[in-house]
Design a protein around this ligand. Structure first.
Ligand SMILES: C[C@@]1(CC(=O)O)c2cc3[nH]c(cc4nc(cc5[nH]c(cc(n2)[C@H]1CCC(=O)O)[C@@](C)(CC(=O)O)[C@@H]5CCC(=O)O)C(CC(=O)O)=C4CCC(=O)O)c(CCC(=O)O)c3CC(=O)O
Ligand SMILES: NC(=O)C1=CN([C@@H]2O[C@H](COP(=O)(O)OP(=O)(O)OC[C@H]3O[C@@H](n4cnc5c(N)ncnc54)[C@H](O)[C@@H]3O)[C@@H](O)[C@H]2O)C=CC1
Length: 201
């Protein structure tokens, strides 16, 4: 049965981009934004950037990532060969629509930066604190609100959250007993961690 109360129907996942083959079409400002969004999270992401012009800023940024391939030329249909994900960030909506038709045919997931209706998935705002990662979406309503929410969460989540995570990992490894017992102990420990943390703020 459909739950009609769910407004945002996007399903978040956390991708291992270094295991995937990504094509980014467009080497401009938006291209650079999408490239840095990927590499800030997945520095080993295998990305090929194809742009009829590749901005010097993007070139400069990509220098630190030896696995990123830059190709300054027009998009060709064969660029879609062997891709798992495609991100379109050119200034040509007709090109976007035609590439999107091809990716759908090929079952390749596609993001069209300036056209939500053509996206199979959206990028989100991302909070990163050690191993903790939070993805934020406003269902495409307001990327700026997503950005502000990231700043807010980044501020309130303590920087030493990584220590908590490391401790929990040790506890998780050391608990004896069956699965239910493991869940009980971990729930108990984390409850006090969160409470302690609130008290110290
Ligand atoms: C649907 C979506 C598809 C996608 O791109 O994946 C989309 C679409 C569009 N963005 C537009 C504009 C802006 N996008 C940003 C910023 C971000 N946009 C991101 C995601 C998404 N943007 C997806 C939905 C996410 C969600 O569900 O909330 C973030 C979160 C992630 C990322 O891109 O890495 C990143 C913030 C990262 C961070 O800082 O944390 C800013 C603000 C800024 O840059 O400061 C502006 C200008 C201000 C404004 O418009 O709000 C426009 C209008 C273009 C035009 O006017 O022509 C469209 C098209 C439309 O809405 O029609
Ligand atoms: N820059 C921004 O922050 C925003 C941009 N937009 C829109 O997003 C689009 C892209 O913006 P920018 O990145 O700033 O533009 P840009 O002009 O910097 O980059 C466009 C890129 O697309 C490439 N391109 C065009 N045709 C191509 C083809 N056939 N094959 C391969 N590459 C091709 C160009 O060479 C260039 O690298 C524009 O339509 C713009 O109006 C919307 C909101 C904000």
């Amino acid at each position: 049965m459909q739950n009609t109360s769910i407004k945002n129907r996007l399903f978040p996942v956390f991708l291992k981009l270094e295991e995937l083959n990504v094509l980014l079409v467009g080497g401009g400002n938006v291209g650079l934004e999408k490239l840095s969004a990927m590499l800030n999270n997945s520095p080993d992401a295998k990305v090929t950037v194809v742009g009829s012009f590749i901005r010097p800023e993007l070139r400069e940024y990509a220098k630190d990532f030896s696995q990123v391939i830059l190709q300054e030329r027009n998009f060709e249909n064969s660029d879609l060969n062997e891709r798992d994900l495609v991100i379109l960030a050119t200034d040509n909506p007709d090109l976007h629509a035609s590439i999107k038709r091809m990716t759908a045919e090929l079952h390749i997931l596609c993001n069209v930066a300036d056209t939500p209706a053509l996206c199979d998935f959206y990028l989100g705002s991302i909070v990163q604190k050690g191993d903790l990662k939070i993805g934020i979406s406003t269902n495409g309503k307001s990327p700026t609100m997503a950005k502000r929410m990231r700043e807010f969460l980044d501020d309130i989540i303590p920087d030493d959250i990584q220590n908590l995570l490391e401790n929990l990992r040790e506890i998780r490894k050391s608990i004896k007993g069956d699965f239910q017992e493991k869940i009980r102990v971990l729930n108990e420990v984390t409850e006090s961690m969160i409470n302690n943390n609130n008290q110290s703020r």
